[in-house]
Write a protein that binds this ligand. Structure first.
Ligand code: HEM
Length: 215
């Protein structure tokens, strides 16, 4: 039987391509949008990671989600430093979630509260992505808007406490392979992962509408 880490990656591959090539992402990483669009995107991430991380402490002892709760992954304080850099000290006052972001964060919270397997799907979709493609995004952002390498503005993408990201990802896949779920539950987790990708794409679509290219 295929390891679960392969099943979940294969099942979300098509949607990964869709997210990666979304108009907003392409415009952003192609350097066609201003730093304001990048800041607005970073704000949306703050709401998503708030949902992922608010409930993490409680889930740490859960048999299904617990093994995935690794404080070295937590992104909220890095996002807050980035936002202080991007928006200034008053960044909290100007913060607002797009409706698509609220829907995403709400779904994460619902899973965190009542369905640990679903939470694992959301955890995988964000953190493994950040450890992977996130590094490409960081590189482009540094070049496009002149942030210091791995410094303020892109700290979200820098996992200072993860010494060896490749080894970490390998271990993470082992955790997925060992997830305490039967086949039906695994299918549900895969379906939730697809939903997580769709929720991300929804945020990109909304951001694309807010930042259309003038050309
Ligand atoms: C322009 C944007 C993106 C780029 C350039 C990108 C790039 C990549 C690359 C190169 C990998 C492969 C890493 C590897 O094989 O170890 C990867 C993996 C991954 N990405 Fe992305 N990605 C992007 C956006 C996203 C988004 C929006 C999500 C979901 C929110 C996402 C979720 C993932 C996940 C979950 C993996 C791990 C797949 C696995 O090995 O199981 N990515 N990404």
């Amino acid at each position: 039987m295929e390891p679960f880490s392969t099943v979940i990656r294969t099942a979300s591959h098509e949607q990964h391509v869709e997210a990666e090539t979304s108009t907003f992402m392409s415009d952003l990483l192609g350097g066609r949008l201003g730093v304001d669009a990048y800041a607005r995107y970073t704000e949306q991430l703050w709401f998503v990671y708030g949902a992922l991380e608010d409930e993490a402490g409680r889930l740490a002892s859960d048999p299904v989600a617990g093994p995935f709760i690794r404080p070295e992954l937590f992104r909220r304080s890095a996002l807050e430093r980035d936002l202080a850099h991007l928006r200034g000290a008053g960044w909290r006052a100007g913060l607002s979630a797009l409706p698509a972001t609220l829907a995403y964060a709400e779904r994460v919270r619902a899973c965190a509260r009542s369905w640990p397997g679903g939470y694992v799907a959301h955890h995988y979709t964000r953190y493994l992505g950040d450890l992977s493609g996130g590094q490409i995004i960081r590189d482009r952002a540094e070049k496009a808007w002149g942030f210091a390498r791995k410094g303020d503005g892109v700290r979200f993408y820098v996992f200072e406490e993860v010494g060896n990201p490749a080894a970490f990802k390998r271990e993470y896949r082992e955790l997925l392979d060992a997830v305490r779920a039967d086949d039906l539950e695994k299918q549900r987790i895969v379906a939730e992962c697809r939903k997580a990708f769709a929720l991300n794409t929804g945020v990109f679509r909304a951001l694309g509408e807010e930042f259309p290219l003038s050309a």
